[in-house]
Design a protein around this ligand. Sequence first.
Ligand SMILES: Cc1cc2nc3c(=O)[nH]c(=O)nc-3n(C[C@H](O)[C@H](O)[C@H](O)COP(=O)(O)OP(=O)(O)OC[C@H]3O[C@@H](n4cnc5c(N)ncnc54)[C@H](O)[C@@H]3O)c2cc1C
Ligand SMILES: NC(=O)c1ccc[n+]([C@@H]2O[C@H](COP(=O)([O-])OP(=O)(O)OC[C@H]3O[C@@H](n4cnc5c(N)ncnc54)[C@H](O)[C@@H]3O)[C@@H](O)[C@H]2O)c1
Length: 487
Amino acid sequence: MNMQAAPQETTQVKGPAMQEIKTDVLVIGAGSAGLSVAAGASQMGADVTLLEGHLMGGDCLNYGCVPSKALIAAGKHAQAMRSGAKFGVSPVKPKVDYAAAKGHARKVIETIAPVDSVERFEGLGVRVIKEYGTFTDRDTVVAGNHRITARRIVIATGSSPFVPPIDGLDDVPFHTNETLFDLMEQPDHLLIIGGGPIGMEMAQAHIRLGSKVTVIEGAKAMGKDDPELAEMVLRNLRAEGVEIVEGAKAGKISGKAGAITVQTDNGTFKGSHLLMAVGRKANIEKLNLDAAGIEHDRAIRVGADLRTTNRRVYAIGDVAGGLQFTHVAGYHGATVIRPILFGLPAKAREDHVPWVTYTDPELAQIGLTEAQAREAHGDRLEVLRSGFEENDRAIAEGRAEGLIKVMVVNKRPVGVSIVGPHAGELIGLWALVIANKLKIGAVTNMVAPYPTLGEVSKRAAGQYYAPRLFDSQLVKAVVGFVQRWMP
Ligand SMILES: Cc1cc2nc3c(=O)[nH]c(=O)nc-3n(C[C@H](O)[C@H](O)[C@H](O)COP(=O)(O)OP(=O)(O)OC[C@H]3O[C@@H](n4cnc5c(N)ncnc54)[C@H](O)[C@@H]3O)c2cc1C
Ligand SMILES: NC(=O)c1ccc[n+]([C@@H]2O[C@H](COP(=O)([O-])OP(=O)(O)OC[C@H]3O[C@@H](n4cnc5c(N)ncnc54)[C@H](O)[C@@H]3O)[C@@H](O)[C@H]2O)c1
């Protein structure tokens, strides 16, 4: 589907005279992707122009990763107050000031914002123009009263919440991630449509901060993750009181502020506030891509080298339609620096990209899930498992529910799934292993400090050699022989 809107009129007939800019690298969009190219290219000596039509830092800083993780942290504190009994600490019902929790999220944004600011980038020598950019031909972009031509152009315009055309939605007040973090009144009952990472993270944060929460999911909640591990997260969320309804595609929405009804093919649900979290759409409407010969459907078409169908133009981050994460945006940025500055080839991989859903327990994934690995590798696949109930640190912390699965083919891990406390930190080791195509022996050779959660990785890796060593008649025979002769 071509989502492109009519080209915008950006050249004013009677306005300030057009300022012509010739630059080495033009970056459109100052989110995680665009900022990493701009910072890298400029510090390596290129003349860089950066366009940003709205907020420096893009989604992640302003209404994505940063405020969501800050709100999750607030919820975690509230939950700790309720759950001290097993440690001999009397549980108390926390008094939550929802607006103050949002204030915490705002302060976190303000603390990080200088890193992404116009001042910092101008300090790095980048020419920053606070305007939206629109192509007028293959090599030219107009932004406000600037006409810019560049040797290379990088589109890094990101994505926005996708709001599906659901009957009645236009007449009902609803939130997306772009407005949720400004909401200061505590929802009495938050309805969330969509059981992906946004939906599940915000569901848990809100139940812990004292709202009722219902997640309405059309298919399977956390459906992109390993179902066995996702189930452990969903079980915990349900135990905390989140109502999760699956197979419930929202068909009709009605009501008014404070009293909203969502009808689905699996029941009708009522709440005070509504959050739409059903995925993203690429920000391409303002770009006039056709004028530049850049093909697109819902996202911009790119090859593994992140080049568009216009050979001088790259598309990176969310707008390129692949994995939509901040670290992918940064990785794309670093990848295109090579061809743009040095004319050298570079390709982006996806097989070594981890992702984490910051629920409690966290769920982390890299490479293939068990089902994907089975389909790709059949009987050559070995799945190594280790439960957190065997990890002394997890037991001491009262957090012994978790599981790591390592998918190994011919001695090399091709995927790892972890659910449990700090899964997002634990996946880092496996990101190193898979990025460098290391063998499983690299992990068994590691000495892990005791007692740490990280020992789950070593224990899982050990499962690879355990049957080969402990169940082998040959090994037993060799040991018997040596022992007979050893003085
Ligand atoms: C609620 C939420 C939580 C998330 N949590 C995480 C997380 O924990 N970890 C993680 O890795 N990812 C997370 N993500 C995903 C992450 O935010 C995105 O993958 C990341 O922001 C993508 O970066 P980007 O630079 O491609 O795009 P964006 O951050 O969207 O930046 C694009 C920028 O381009 C600007 N722009 C658009 N069009 C134009 C134009 N024509 N001219 C000039 N400027 C333009 C926009 O204003 C914007 O500032 C989360 C997302 C959401 C919504
Ligand atoms: N921790 C993280 O890294 C993190 C956190 C949040 C978001 N993100 C990024 O943002 C992206 C978007 O997240 P998301 O949760 O909005 O999208 P998503 O696409 O991952 O999940 C959306 C869910 O909504 C469901 N859905 C769609 N239409 C529906 C309908 N009419 N009724 C009921 N359910 C419906 C889908 O079946 C799906 O499960 C993620 O894919 C991820 O890349 C990352």
